[in-house]
Design a protein around this ligand. Structure first.
Ligand SMILES: [Zn+2]
Length: 327
């Protein structure tokens, strides 16, 4: 890596006729962060019958054992029988840690989450990842925010400096040590994820040994301390498959709080094509032409990442349109 600058996003996308949308990214609620310490505003919002509250047990969403419907609050429609996040009115919410999520993008109704002290009878905790693909975009944005904070609160009970107890502040967006006063903010871990292309515009995908046969995906990895995004792309590609990367261009990003990642997508141009897999994270990697990718995906011998992931968006943008088959 020489530090060759990449194309800017518009230049990159102008090279591809189809830009696959990135799920979970474009919709956002208004986080109304300035109200997080405004007790009078918070009291009014909590008293408003239009307000809805999402219930969680740490980083797990509470769902109803029977029926699986949305609950009395019914803020979002769910298919009866499928697990769905539970939204209730403030008066129905059990005791717990209260988090201000913000205002709904369309209705301006205020949304909170409560991390319950005790799971109510008839409910259970579910991992969001199992049904995130079933959520509408507006609901998904709120739920991702809540799950990320729920997981953070669960894992950060004690001060990293002195071991003291951390108290919740700022409507769930800060914890402060009762002994030494240290402020502990929620963290998000940046991870790079990339389509690597060569001079023939082939696409490099890899697979992990533990995956089912035929499953391939884009390479990815966490950014290390003190490292730029572009260098993380080059390092991960070289470590995992032995390919040298030059130009690195930004594609888009996606929150992925499982438990705390932000996936940052890139196109990377290979300077070498010989593959040497690390055998640890990656057991095989291949260059695909578009014809090979289409034929193998149609035959079911190549299984590509699911539609919700930015990996799918990267691959389909390179390919030039939707592809069949997914995890
Ligand atoms: Zn402390």
């Amino acid at each position: 890596m020489t530090g060759t600058p990449g194309l800017d996003r518009a230049d990159l996308l102008s090279q591809y006729s189809h830009q696959a949308p990135i799920a979970l990214s474009p919709h956002a609620h208004n986080r109304v962060a300035l109200h997080r310490t405004d007790e009078a505003w918070l009291d009014r919002a909590w008293a408003d019958p239009a307000t809805r509250v999402l219930l969680l047990d740490g980083g797990r969403l509470l769902v109803r054992d029977a029926g699986g419907t949305n609950g009395a609050g019914d803020a979002f429609d769910g298919d009866a029988g499928e697990p769905a996040p539970t939204w209730v009115t403030p008066s129905e919410a059990p005791t717990g840690t209260r988090i201000l999520l913000g205002e709904d993008a369309e209705t301006d109704a205020v949304r909170f989450a409560v991390l319950v002290d005790e799971v109510p009878a008839g409910m259970r905790g579910e991992i969001l990842r199992t049904f995130v693909q079933d959520l509408g975009a507006d609901e998904a944005a709120l739920v991702l925010h809540a799950v990320a904070l729920g997981e953070w609160h669960r894992a950060n009970r004690h001060c990293p400096r002195c071991g003291g107890r951390l108290e919740v502040r700022e409507s769930g967006h800060l914890r402060v040590c009762v002994d030494c006063g240290r402020q502990q903010f929620p963290r998000t871990d940046p991870a790079v994820i990339m389509v690597v292309t060569d001079d023939e515009d082939r696409c490099l995908l890899g697979r992990q040994a533990r995956w089912p046969e035929g499953r391939y995906s884009t390479l990815a990895g966490f950014v290390e301390p003190g490292e730029s995004l572009e260098h993380a792309v080059a390092r991960e590609v070289e470590e995992e498959v032995g390919v040298e990367v030059g130009e690195v261009s930004y594609f888009g990003n996606q929150p992925w709080p499982f438990p705390a990642s932000l996936m940052i997508g890139f196109f990377a141009r290979a300077r070498t094509t010989e593959i040497s897999v690390d055998g640890a994270e990656i057991s095989d990697a291949r260059w695909f032409t578009r014809e090979e990718m289409r034929a193998e995906a149609e035959a079911g011998t190549l299984i590509l990442p699911g539609g919700i992931s930015i990996s799918r968006s990267l691959v389909e943008t390179w390919y030039g349109g939707p592809l069949p088959g997914q995890w």
